[in-house]
Design a protein around this ligand. Structure first.
Ligand code: ATR
Length: 286
């Protein structure tokens, strides 16, 4: 990796536009401190039109980073401009984790790993379900459906407001993945053991329709990738109806693990103190 000789300090960044809201620096700086590592992780605002030049500087070392995470709206450009995208990044057409080796930019997508890593930690055995329902058909849904398929879940129903997008996604995945309208929720949920919201429904308290999860199997799990607020309306409704829940913050924390390990050489642990620090910040700043 390109470690700057002058300081010998490994520096990574979060590349987005805007990027001021990103909690990634808090997460990585928490781990750097916890493990006594001398590194740095900063925000890097890069407008979409500046991505080609930024990626050139990253590759050559001129940017001074050994890699970084990528967030909205630069994930597709990061994938396209990287030299060595891995299979996950290729499948998703988007990269959220970059690292430089021997003058080449390697790229991966850890969103799915973040999702499954969170459920592995919070609800071990969660993947022993035959059927899952995914609400939404955007980039978040694509990474989660892929992760669920990779974990061997046989039947996945994608529900979306715009049925055409759900159909497109389902046909891209092929066997075992079907598309349904959002108003077909009750039918879709029949016999399911997992429900995942990947839409922005409920974000920052935005209005959410009533969800009736009663067609799901007893003891099923309802997960949300929205993490502001921590307990979304969908999770609150699921809890009130007696279902287990998994909040979106866990995915955010777990998707950061592979990048930290690549850049700083230590596999970090998502612990309660890290969670508490991020929750305190979300509560203070939204
Ligand atoms: P991302 O890449 O973050 O997943 P996206 O590609 O913009 O974001 O996808 C957002 C998803 O949230 C879509 O499935 C979208 O539904 P449409 O395809 O019908 O647009 C869904 N979504 C956003 N707002 C919604 C709302 N108010 N009700 C239902 N679905 C909504």
């Amino acid at each position: 990796m390109n470690v700057p000789r002058e300081t010998n300090k490994r520096r990574a960044c979060i590349i987005g536009h805007p990027v001021s809201h990103s909690r990634s620096p808090m997460v990585h700086c928490y781990w750097l401190k916890a493990y006594g590592l001398s590194g740095e992780y900063v925000r890097k605002d890069v407008a979409p039109e500046d991505m080609p030049a930024f990626m050139d500087d990253l590759r050559s070392g001129a940017a001074g980073f050994i890699g970084g995470n990528v967030t909205m709206p630069n994930k597709a450009a990061a994938f396209e401009l990287a030299d060595r995208p891995d299979e996950l990044a290729k499948a998703l057409g988007a990269a959220n984790t970059l690292w430089v080796e021997d003058g080449l930019i390697y790229a991966s997508n850890t969103d799915g790993i973040g999702f499954t890593g969170n459920l592995d930690a919070s609800h071990p055995g969660w993947d022993k379900v035959e059927k899952a329902v995914v609400l939404g058909a955007g980039g978040g849904a694509r990474s989660i459906v892929l992760a669920l398929k990779n974990r061997g879940i046989a039947e996945i129903c994608i529900l979306n407001r715009t049925i055409g997008k759900a159909e497109e996604l389902a046909s891209w995945f092929g066997e075992g993945v079907s598309a349904h309208k959002m108003d077909g929720l009750a039918g879709g949920l029949e016999g399911a053991g997992l429900f995942v919201n990947t839409t922005s429904l409920g974000m920052k308290g935005s209005p959410v329709p009533e969800f009736d999860f009663s067609a799901m199997k007893t003891g099923s799990l309802v997960a949300d990738i929205v993490y502001v607020p921590l307990e979304t309306s969908i999770l609150k409704q699921a809890k009130e109806q007696g279902f287990k829940t998994a909040e979106g913050l866990g995915m955010l924390l777990h998707q950061a693990v592979p990048g930290f390990e690549k850049w700083f050489g230590k596999k970090p642990v998502v612990d309660d103190a890290l969670r508490a620090e991020i929750i305190a910040d979300l509560e203070a700043n939204g």
